[in-house]
Each structure stands twice: as C-alpha cells, then as structure tokens.
Design a protein around this ligand. Structure first.
Ligand SMILES: N[C@@H](CCC(=O)N[C@@H](CS)C(=O)NCC(=O)O)C(=O)O
Length: 330
C-alpha cells in the first residue's frame, strides 16, 4: 500500500527539522547555509630541541594522536612517516566510536579512555572539540598534567617537518626558497579543496552546495594546470608540505567524497595531471601504508549519521586498483 501524500509531506517536514538540529551539532553553518569549520584552539606548537627528547623514555615522549579516517590527521602522519620520526615522537591511533561520535583511546592512555577525557585531563575546557590530530606531551612527574601542544594540522605539519629525526636523510618538506609558494597553495587548497569537500558535504541548501562545488572544481583545475606547466610536484621538482596537505583529500575521493559529499561535478581522472600526481604520491610505500580505505568508508558512512541515516557502508574497490588505473583517453 502506498503511503498517503499528506504523511509523506509531514514526514519530510519533521525529518528536515531533525536534520537541521543534528547538522547544527555536527557542522555549524553561516546564515546562508555555508559550512563553517570551527577554528582550532591550539596553533602554537613549538619544535623541541634534540636534547629535550633524546633522554626521554618511550613513555615520556610526546605523542601524536591521529585517527585513520581523518584527513587532517593523515597529513601529520604522512610527514611523520616520510621523516622517520618514530624514535622521537610516538603515534597513537584513536578509534572512531560511531555511536558517541567521539574518538576512543584503546588501550587507554594516561588513564583516559577517550580523547575528550584526555583533553579534559590536559586542562582543556570540556566545551572544546576534542579533535585529531593532537600533539600531547605527557606529564613527566607523578601528578603533572599532560599538555596539549597543538591541534591544528596545517601548523603541525610545519612543526613535524622540523622535528628532530634520527634519520640523517630526513627530507625537508618546506625549504626556505619554496615557502611563499607553499603558502600560496595553502591559501587556495585549504578553503576550496581540503575544506571544500566538507563545504559540499555539509552544505545546508542547494546554493551553498553549488558554491562549494564550483569553488572546489575551479581549485582542482588550477592545480591541474599548474602541474602541467611545472611538475611533478605542486611547487616544482621537490615534494613539499603543499603536496602533503592536498593528498589526504584526493586519496579519499572515490571512497567517500564523491559518493557521500557529492563531489561529483567531474571524476578525478578528468584532471589527468592531478591523477598522475596522486599515483606518484601513493607509490611511496611510506605513504601507502598510511592509507586505510576500509577505515575511511566505515568511519565516514558509519559515523556521519545526518548524511547517511541508514549507516549502510557501501562496498569499495581495492584502493590501489583505483589509484593506479589508467585515465580513459579524452
Ligand atoms: N582544524 C583541525 C580540524 C581537525 C578535525 O576536524 N578533526 C576531526 C576528524 S576529521 C575531529 O577530530 N572531529 C572530532 C570532533 O569534532 O569532535 C585540523 O586541521 O587539524
């Protein structure tokens, strides 16, 4: 029996109202309905001296807390891997709890079961969002509180780029001569691509979605053009943190951003230079081991309830077969 139109209409109105309440918690928006990412609280992490770290035990070393699905945390993890920081900075992987919408610490660290508890234990206000990535220094003496050193990924990648490494050939991903160019890319890619995919997915209405989608694809076009003039990396012959900041967004494209956030105006292979760039980046084994497409699909489709109320997780092809596919001829 079909449902009477009056019931369908009432259900739509009531669902829309509930959707807005849920979205207000998940993704704040301005008056026009454009997603507004809440600012990070801690942007002043400092680079320690080699001497400050080398006498610390493993338990005393600062920790970089990440979540596998989070693209912002992914950037920091990539720099950590590329620069071989493991003996100077430990990575702790938090797990997304889809029901509570919080990051869990399994096993607990410093007596805390969740990232929110750890933030509170570090003296942060309970009203702050407990986000990854988070750089945390444990208290060195009994009773000393841990300290949240930084939780802003764009800044943390700069700090990790200078973090003392035990590897003598740890790359410098932000050489002085390229810093202006890196900043120029940051000003385009951060709002329109890295945040742009979220602005598509969390748009509250058609016009805020259209705007985000238009700006996203214009920025991709710009990156594609630039790579065709000078490559193989965004700033020329050397991979830099501009590439690192972009990669976690583009590698999630077919798995989550196209199907869940509606980033579908064009497929990524329609940008052939970017397509090759992504393949090149992913071919580094230090990078590919940080890519866990099952975790991405599980967490995005499983946890973003207002976008996917059924929580059904679609199946996905093997990541490397997508990344390494040849682009169809134009
Ligand atoms: N500005 C932050 C954003 C980090 C962020 O939004 N992380 C998300 C996961 S992708 C998070 O931890 N959200 C938890 C929450 O909002 O409670 C950065 O770039 O580091």
């Amino acid at each position: 029996m079909s449902i009477p139109p009056a019931i369908v209409s009432a259900a739509r109105i009531s669902w829309k109202w509930q959707w807005i309440q849920l979205m207000n918690g998940l993704a704040p928006a301005d008056r026009e309905g454009n997603y507004l990412r809440p600012p990070s609280q801690h942007k002043n992490a400092q680079v320690p001296q080699e001497n400050d770290l080398k006498n610390l035990s493993t338990e005393q070393l600062p920790k970089l807390i990440i979540g596998r699905s989070c693209p912002w945390a992914h950037r920091t993890w990539i720099v950590h891997q590329l620069r071989g920081l493991d003996s100077r900075l430990k990575v702790l992987i938090a797990k997304a709890d889809h029901n509570s919408g919080r990051w869990q610490l399994e096993p607990p660290w410093l007596g805390c079961n969740s990232l929110l508890d750890l933030y509170k234990h570090s003296g942060e206000s309970p009203s702050h969002r407990a986000t990854v990535p988070a750089l945390i220094k444990p208290g060195l003496t009994k009773g000393e509180r841990p300290q949240l050193l930084g939780n802003e990924s764009a800044q943390l990648v700069e700090v990790l780029n200078l973090w003392p490494s035990s590897k003598t050939d740890a790359p410098d991903l932000s050489p002085l001569t390229l810093q202006d160019e890196i900043n120029t890319w940051q000003n385009v890619l951060q709002p329109y691509v890295n945040d742009g995919v979220y602005r598509c997915g969390f748009a509250r209405n058609q016009s805020s979605y259209d705007k985000a989608s238009r700006e996203l694809f214009q920025a991709l076009e710009k990156a594609n053009k630039s790579l065709s003039k000078k490559g193989p990396w965004l700033c020329g012959s050397k991979m830099t943190i501009a590439d690192v900041r972009l990669f976690p967004t583009l590698i999630r494209w077919e798995m989550v951003y196209a199907p869940l956030f509606g980033c579908t105006y064009k497929p990524l292979w329609a940008f052939p230079r970017l397509w090759e760039w992504r393949k090149r980046f992913f071919s580094n084994p230090l990078v590919s081991k940080t890519c866990d497409s099952d975790a991405w699909r599980n967490d995005y489709f499983g946890a973003l309830f207002p976008l996917r109320p059924s929580s059904i997780i679609p199946s996905g092809s093997n990541l490397s077969s997508i990344v390494n596919a040849s682009t169809p001829s134009p």
